[in-house]
Design a binder for this molecule. Structure first.
Ligand SMILES: *Cc1c(COP(=O)(O)O)cnc(C)c1O
Length: 385
């Protein structure tokens, strides 16, 4: 292509088994998905509560499209901020016990916008090395200094905080780590932030809907107030089964983001119908506690079975259950064997995870059946053990 040799760069990726391609899904998300007319047990999505194709959520979406049309027409600050956006923000603030919430079009944008809207050159951002790419990128584009600490290494974080002379310090962490499934040391993070007068931002994309009595995530599980976790971010595209994200916190935080978060200001607001659908799924996620109970029992069933097979699991109690295989080729061949047997799992390679931690990322959902989980275990035994 012109002066650039993209094709040899692509060949290089293929050679290193890092080439990525998409599969085309026909129809809705669910415990099985269709590809080219063939059904696969789906252990690769983040639809943890099974709400992405829930009839009530679909119905609400359709009705809202009748009322609001499809496009939102503009950015929030012009004329795109509808009554549905506003109502969802108020419900999220109440749900999370925060003064206010602000919806963003995606989680990626929420993280970029929040970090870059709050810190700049002269400030410092402290990041867990396993933080989601959007948090890492937010730190980069903010212009602030970035300090990364080994995964959950609290004494290293303490050291970095103590030696920092930055004007503003911002500690950023996944709440539940997206590729490992383990929780952040949230209580230690709160203490360290308090001691060093740092702000703490938690991205609870994978805890929202899944953890806590009513599904409000890590902050509910550990009873953490707005003062303890002043910047809370979570997404709608995972357990809530829709699309979009929010940041919740104090009145001043939200007003600051409205003024300064460029990914909020310079983008078209989400369709109102997506907000309406999310309000419905938020209600279902809170009320139908059986979904969390079922998910927990499937996680226990999977882990017990995997331990009996001698698979090495990660310390994860969440629906994210990675099986580390340690090389690109091992991951690719295991995932293609599983696919032959009618099972979809994520084949996760570098740079999504560190080299030699390449893994199958198995995710469970409340709408999986026990026999689907048992069959997955059987196939894992055939391919790995
Ligand atoms: C998925 C995810 C995001 C990005 O959210 P999107 O809405 O998909 O852009 C951010 N942080 C974490 C931890 C995630 O898992």
């Amino acid at each position: 292509m012109g002066q650039w040799d993209l094709s040899s760069e692509l060949d290089e990726l293929k050679h290193r088994e890092l080439y990525r391609s998409r599969q085309i899904i026909d129809g809705a998300q669910g415990p099985t998905v269709q590809i080219n007319g063939v059904a696969f047990d789906n252990f690769s999505s983040n639809d943890y509560l099974g709400l992405a194709n829930h009839p009530a959520v679909i119905k609400t979406f359709q009705q809202a499209a009748e009322n609001y049309g499809v496009g939102s027409g503009s950015a929030h600050l012009i004329c795109g901020h509808s009554a549905e956006h506003h109502a969802l923000e108020e419900e999220l603030a109440e749900f999370t016990g925060r003064e206010r919430a602000l919806v963003f079009s995606t989680g990626y944008m929420a993280n970029l916008g929040a970090i870059a809207g709050l810190v700049q050159k002269g400030d410092e951002v402290f990041q867990d090395k396993l933080n989601h790419a959007s948090l890492i990128d937010g730190g980069r584009i903010s212009g602030a200094g970035v300090k990364r600490f080994s995964h959950s290494d609290m004494s290293r974080l303490q050291q970095l905080l103590e030696t920092s002379s930055a004007d503003k310090k911002l500690i950023v962490s996944d709440g539940v780590f997206s590729m490992d499934g383990d929780e952040a040391n949230i209580k230690d993070l709160v203490v360290l932030a308090g001691k060093s007068k740092a702000m703490l931002m938690i991205d609870d994309a994978h805890g929202m809907g899944v953890l806590g009595e009513s599904g409000a995530g890590l902050i509910e599980k550990y009873g953490l107030s707005q003062q303890q976790v002043p910047i809370l971010m979570a997404t709608f595209g995972k357990a809530l089964g829709t699309s979009g994200a929010f940041v919740a916190g104090s009145e001043e935080l939200i007003e600051t983001l409205i003024q300064k978060a460029r990914t909020y200001i310079f983008t078209t607001a989400m369709p109102a119908a997506v907000m309406a659908a999310t309000r419905e799924s938020l209600k279902i996620a809170q009320q139908e506690t059986w979904r969390r109970d079922k998910l927990t029992s499937l996680v226990v069933r999977f882990r017990r079975g995997a331990e009996q097979l001698g698979l090495s699991l990660m310390p994860s109690e969440t629906p994210i259950q990675p099986v580390i295989l340690g090389s690109n080729s091992a991951v690719l061949s295991a995932s293609s064997y599983l696919k032959e047997k009618g099972i979809l799992v994520g084949a996760i390679r570098h740079p999504t995870v560190r080299k030699s931690t390449e893994r199958l990322r198995i995710t469970l959902s409340a709408i999986h059946s026990e026999s689907q989980v048992d069959n997955l275990l059987l196939r894992l035994e055939e391919v790995i053990c």
